[in-house]
Write a protein that binds this ligand. Sequence first.
Ligand code: UD1
Length: 357
Amino acid sequence: MTSWPRFTVARLKVLTVVGARPQFIKASAVSPVLRERADEVLVHTGQHYDESLSQVFFDELAIPRPDVSLAVGSGAHGAQTGAMLQALEPVMSAARPDYVLVYGDTNSTLAGALAAAKLLVPVAHVEAGLRSFNRAMPEEINRVLTDHVSSRLYCPTENAVENLAREGITAGVRLTGDVMEDAIRRVVPDPALLGQLGLRPGAYRLATVHRQENTDAPERLAGILAGLGRIPAPVVLPLHPRTRERAERFGLTALLDALLVIPPQPYRASLTLIGQADAVLTDSGGVQREAAVLGVPVYVLREETEWVELLRDARAVLVGADPVRIEEAVRARRARPRARVLDEDSPARRVVADLTA
Ligand code: UD1
């Protein structure tokens, strides 16, 4: 009798790079699905290192412990990205993955993509194709460069697919939907939180501010904080460490007195606060989508957004950093609450199915 040799098909090996808060959330949606079908090496660059911006998300979202932690920390853009590149290269060379998977648009995204591309490892980019068309934003540079070295481009929206096509990128592009929806779907609101903060559902506004364009320009930060002080109280502001530091440096802390300032919140608390707010004011891409998905009107504290779909039916309205514009828009209720049906299928599963096909 002939005995046939037993062939085992090697599982795909994916090295995932995360580093900042929104990437932990997206990885919490994709990693468990990916691990059903592939071997994952999880690398944390250490871009975010504060307990409240990093570890709390790993614990709360049951994200697997990183296999490698690079502890790169904060720094100027070039220094931070360069340190990540230098640290990632030997890790990727040793792991020899079939793909490097990156999320979003942070410096960790760009470093992961660039390190992989230089080693000729194909890059898969989740949240590909988003554009603000504002090259003064560090995130815009990160997005454009990452997309142009990626072989698999997972787009959250049709508009993102079109943006890529305009730049000549069509190969490897897939419309998967937004993996943040997988994460949002899993969270049950915390019934005790509002009471602990002395808030009532639908009777407060939630604000977040952390973008460099807003925090590092004193007049913009002053305008936003003044605008938040002019809309009906209470206004809850979970304060990013960078924003707190800049407010102190620019002598703006008196403007915080009108607001209910709390530390950066874990994911469940954050979704609870967003979901029950009367309105959300933010410069964060993630918070814009979370509010929109939960049917809460959004005022975007920027001059443009990558999530243009939200503007079309006034689920979101651009208000910039001018206090009068902010106050007028909120009081006139220019943004409209619209419940959104979540994607029935799982965007994270679509990503993994394509990557492992
Ligand atoms: C980064 C991303 C941004 C993303 C955000 C999510 C880039 C260019 N920006 O912005 O796209 O929306 O994460 O939160 O990658 N800091 C701390 N503790 C930390 C991390 C940062 O105090 O754990 C302070 C430091 O002063 C640091 C500053 O925040 O210099 C900025 O941190 P950085 O990671 O460079 O950018 P974010 O503003 O967090």
